[in-house]
Design a protein around this ligand. Sequence first.
Ligand SMILES: Cc1ncc(COP(=O)(O)O)c(C=O)c1O
Length: 405
Amino acid sequence: MENVWENCLSAVAKNTRPSPVREILKVITQEGMISFAGGMPAPEVFPVEEFYEGASVLRDKGRTVLQYGITEGDPDLRNFLASWSAKRMGRTAAADEIILTTGSQQAIDLIAWSLIDPGDVIITEDPTYLAALSAFSNHGATFESVPMDSDGMITDELPALINKIRSSGRKPKLIYTVVNFQNPSGVCLSVERRKRLAEISSDMGVPVFEDDPYGYLRYDGEHLPSVYSFDPEGAVIYAGSFSKILSPATRIGWIIGNKRIIRQLTVFKQSTDICSSPITHSLAYEYCRKGYLDSHLPKILKNYAVKRDAMQKSFETHLYPLGVKWVKPAGGFFFWLDFGKNADTRKLAVKALEKKVAFIPAEPFCVNTENAGRYGRFNFSYSDPETIEKGAVRLAETIKDTGGY
Ligand SMILES: Cc1ncc(COP(=O)(O)O)c(C=O)c1O
């Protein structure tokens, strides 16, 4: 029977590679393993009691919330999010400029459905979010990347890149960017570059997708306005998510943008999953309506800032003397470590697993893999400070044993 399936697989399925980080993900649940590999929020800060309060909605509105919902998502929650997110985004959206998605991962997929023909080019930061590369690839996208520095994507390189893509007969369809505490690099795009990005997008006719699941998780400094807020033309679409600030199990994300593209995304969502869950929409709305989201944020910021500082201290003590370098992230979930130009983090990650500490080497996040061997991503949100310290010691031992490769 296996052959029937082999013979019937689509061209995309045949070209889909298993996740390059599968080996790591397979073993991170082993007894005694310290995992800096994932990207999960801390379960100890889930607002279980406050969320549970909303369960009465099942009794009060059961006949509605147990039914299919509208594809755009619960109107109360959409209105709430449009006004709640306006303050940090720096721009208000109308109710027909927002659609709720099944996590922001679905936002990526719906945008891909709406924009990508096979061979089209998506421009990304380098490195970038691994599962966005996979989702765009599923639709036949190819990639061109823009390097980053400590202020994020070097936007001045964009016009020449767009021209180069066009003159080679290909279509640059989208600039994909994670502007706040980027996954994996932890970097934020500076305000000047946000303005410049919106300008380039409008001047050169290439839309921007601003993916922002980490924006609220700022531990130092002030929030920066969104790229969306600098976009008078409607060429920037913005995606947010409850996954990192409330719970990933809600599977609630949202896209804000021009009505035309929101309508298109809605059409694809209809055939993808009809609608996201009305039950979780109403539970989340109850939670938000009572002000719990606002009172929850300072609690998680405190928890994550302690862990971020613990990782900074442990890495300073154990890794810095071995020549490892990094920029302390001002928010988000990740440290991005530079092990030096002779390092091979793929091999180092395998050796680290033998010492029972896991991290993700850079290569799967990179479009241009030339220098990928020197970097790795380390998550701090999921481990307590004692575990972070132990993990740093194990990592230092691995580097000493292997010479960093
Ligand atoms: C940059 C980025 N975008 C999107 C997602 C998808 O998140 P979710 O579907 O849980 O909202 C993630 C998850 O880690 C992410 O890091």
